[in-house]
Design a binder for this molecule. Structure first.
Ligand SMILES: [Zn+2]
Length: 240
């Protein structure tokens, strides 16, 4: 028997009545079969939901098996407030999408932290953008935000994904947008902050999808990540 305490990253149909889940714990990602989880009367299935933090008792056929079978499950954190909010839910799916692509064990702590912040957040995009900024650090692809990345000037006007950070008006390329002081400040704050600074971030003005997308531009360009969940976020933002 093995206890896996982790967050459910994905749930797929498996065999006739089962599911196959990926659960991330501090030790890494485990594949766990939910026996009979696709049957209506399954008592375990309602506890096994995406991004739920659960404690699972599992067993493996033998010591070489890579797939475990779920014996019992206990809900640790359900994240009710995320589930009741369409935007927060889409952001949680974005977290999972990122973690599934990176698959690093150390991401568990980040994921847990980000979900906890998102649950009680009044500005969900701040939590989303901070998580993305943290990923740029983990990937070693943080944008340069202490002046123009090309010439060092402190008078910056925009962000260049191509050059890897802030740029001044002279070094900007035609296709790069001039951003407001507020937009640049938020971008820099995200890069300088960690999760313990979250309350400060939240109090710092409004946060929106663009704040997230500016961070994601670096993760897609240099981290080679893809974010299909952003499409959903764009649709939700268009509804507002
Ligand atoms: Zn410059």
């Amino acid at each position: 028997m093995k206890e896996i305490k982790g967050i459910i990253l994905s749930i797929k149909d498996y065999r006739e009545y089962d599911t196959l889940m990926q659960i991330m714990s501090e030790e890494g990602i485990y594949s766990v079969v939910g026996k009979g989880h696709r049957r209506m009367k399954s008592k375990q299935a309602p506890l096994c939901q995406l991004f739920a933090y659960v404690s699972c008792i599992c067993h493996a056929k033998n010591e070489y098996a890579t797939i475990y079978t779920l014996r019992s499950v206990q809900m640790l954190t359900y994240y009710r407030k995320i589930r009741e909010d369409l935007c927060k839910q889409a952001i949680a799916l974005f977290f999972l999408e990122a973690v599934l692509q990176l698959k690093e064990g150390e991401l568990f702590e980040h994921l847990k932290y980000a979900l906890d912040l998102l649950e009680d957040s009044t500005k969900p995009y701040a939590a989303a953008a901070l998580f993305a900024a943290q990923l740029t650090h983990l990937q070693g692809i943080d944008p340069y935000v202490d002046g123009c990345v090309k010439c060092g000037s402190k008078q910056v006007s925009g962000i260049s994904v191509e050059h890897g950070g802030f740029v001044c008006r002279e070094c900007m390329r035609a296709q790069e947008a001039v951003l407001t002081v507020e937009e640049l400040r938020k971008f820099r704050l995200l890069q300088k902050a960690d999760y313990t600074h979250y309350a400060l971030l939240e109090s710092h003005g409004d946060w929106n999808l663009q704040d997230l997308e500016r961070q994601l531009a670096f993760l897609t360009r240099y981290g080679f990540l893809q974010f299909n969940s952003v499409e959903l976020l764009e649709k939700i933002a268009a509804l507002d």
